[in-house]
Design a protein. Structure first.
Ligand code: MD6
Ligand code: FE
Length: 210
């Protein structure tokens, strides 16, 4: 490997907006370990379709892990597919999420949940705000594994213009502070294959919800 190919593999630290930090490739050194932890979570809490606020199934498949307190805060009686308490968050994942937050200027973040989204070709996520957490001063840490996507990052109104950000395997976005209420979404995924995840993209979002 020469200097330039080594540099290409270094994680970045890009401040996209105040409070939004993109660190490309930060999760790469532990990608297989993280993906194995996702497998452990999914064997205890199987994927199921996300539902819209009115109860309709969406194309993105979801699961969660985290503390009993977080589960009770987030439990949705409208969604009968999730009745059991969540499995605990694997230590490798919570430790990594805390380190991501520290690097991004949020040293006090201690996540109590990790939400998993699984996408395949055609799956998208409409523009939304994350507004259901208890303490909006806490940031969110987001890790991408597998297929790439175009992430849309907008402003504070649904109709504000969006930046298109390519998120690839191993990329980490942290957002909080003045960016916490930005609208965002994911464009429909293109069909592709990834050596670790096959036809899927997984996104892990770490939050403190209780
Ligand atoms: C995704 N992510 O990347 C969907 N929300 O698949 C989110 O909705 C998200 O990545 C809040 C903070 C970071 C995120
Ligand atoms: Fe979100």
């Amino acid at each position: 490997m020469n200097l330039f190919s080594q540099l290409a593999a270094e994680p970045t630290h890009e401040e996209i907006f105040p409070g939004t930090v993109l660190m490309r490739g930060l999760a790469l050194p532990q990608d297989a370990e993280f993906f194995a932890s996702v497998g452990v979570i999914l064997s205890a809490a199987p994927l199921h379709p996300a539902t819209t606020p009115s109860g309709l199934p969406m194309s993105v498949m979801v699961s969660d892990c985290g503390t009993p307190e977080a589960f009770r805060r987030r439990w949705d009686p409208q969604n009968p597919s999730v009745r059991k308490l969540w499995p605990a968050m694997p230590r490798v994942l919570s430790d990594f999420a805390i380190r991501c937050a520290v690097r991004s200027g949020f040293p006090h973040f201690r996540p109590d949940t990790c939400h998993i989204n699984r996408y395949q070709a055609g799956t998208k996520l409409g523009i939304h705000q994350d507004r259901h957490e208890f303490d909006l001063h806490q940031p969110i840490v987001s890790i991408s594994l597998g297929l790439e996507c175009i992430f849309l990052l907008g402003g504070f109104q649904r109709t504000d213009k969006t930046k298109h950000i390519l998120l690839e395997h191993g990329d980490v976005i942290v957002w909080g502070g003045p960016s916490r209420m930005r609208f965002h979404g994911v464009q429909p995924l293109k069909p592709d294959h990834h050596p670790l995840t096959g036809p899927y993209r997984y996104n892990l979002t770490f939050r403190k919800v209780a």
